[in-house]
Design a protein around this ligand. Structure first.
Ligand SMILES: [Zn+2]
Ligand SMILES: [Zn+2]
Length: 268
């Protein structure tokens, strides 16, 4: 059983989960994890027809700080956030990030072209390749625009949702935009995550896929976190053993866990 620390998971503070945070923590303790970082969705200014993916920051911190205290002898609970990146929104994301003492911030792109790529309408009236490319270009724009994140979330998660999912998808097809995304991340001193929800979705690869993880390493990328993106306890640390082997095959020796927005490196 893996003791890799999970740095991406959700609780009932996220609109798409009704799991009490205690259950995620209990599961992590049962798995023998020395630490855990909860990262609920904070996606300001989403499209009007999409669920509200925001939480009350004071309530979130109050609840998680109390749990951190309650479980202090069993696990080192960290308070993170999955911050939705978008440009041209009224919310000042940088001000929000700097005014809230999070341990860890995942910068994720969940919306593109005024839509949520989770829904079929995102793929209508264009090829799947064009829709995927539009999403990757949106990520690039967001990652260029912001510095208020520690790692970029699930870089290629959009391939879960297209009509043919990842059947026709490869790093090579989008090499130009991925290379630029990785360069921007590295130049900014940020990292990426290896998100194992791709396995859960039946894609046979994490997010991002092996070729992109390998390319990140090749370009000098070293900062990488591990996340299951679990919305329920049974998916906590999902396929982490497999991810660990895969990351070693891609040339990584360490993964990172954040505390007070600073990485600690642990062996894979
Ligand atoms: Zn996400
Ligand atoms: Zn997530």
């Amino acid at each position: 059983m893996s003791t890799y620390i999970d740095s991406h998971l959700h609780t009932g503070f996220s609109a798409d989960s009704d799991t009490p945070p205690e259950l995620q923590i209990e599961r992590a303790v049962a798995l023998g994890m020395p630490a855990l970082c909860i990262t609920d969705h904070q996606d300001f200014d989403g499209p009007p027809d999409v669920m509200d993916f925001t939480f009350d920051t004071d309530a979130y911190r109050k609840t998680l700080l109390a749990l951190k205290e309650r479980y202090r002898d069993r696990i080192d609970l960290r308070i993170g956030v999955e911050l939705g990146l978008q440009t041209d929104i009224p919310t000042d994301l940088a001000a929000y990030a700097s005014s809230t003492p999070f341990d860890f911030i995942i910068g994720s792109t969940h919306f593109c072209d005024g839509m949520d790529p989770y829904y079929p309408v995102f793929y209508e009236g264009r090829s799947e390749e064009a829709a995927y490319r539009s999403y990757f270009e949106e990520e690039l724009k967001n990652l260029r625009a912001y510095d208020c994140f520690d790692v970029a979330g699930h870089l290629d998660f959009v391939v879960r949702y297209g009509p043919n999912k990842n059947r026709d998808y490869s790093y090579e097809k989008y090499r130009d935009v991925f290379d630029e995304i990785l360069r921007v991340i590295i130049e900014k001193g940020k990292g990426i995550e290896c998100n194992t929800a791709g396995f859960k979705a039946g894609l046979g690869h994490p997010h991002p896929a092996e070729a992109i993880l390998k390319r990140y390493r090749e370009l000098g990328g070293e900062l990488l976190t591990l996340g299951s993106d679990a919305h329920t306890p049974e998916y906590l640390a999902y396929r982490f053993d497999r991810a660990g082997e895969l990351l070693k095959d891609c040339g990584f020796r360490y993964y990172a866990v954040f505390k007070n927005r600073k990485p600690e490196f642990l062996p894979l």
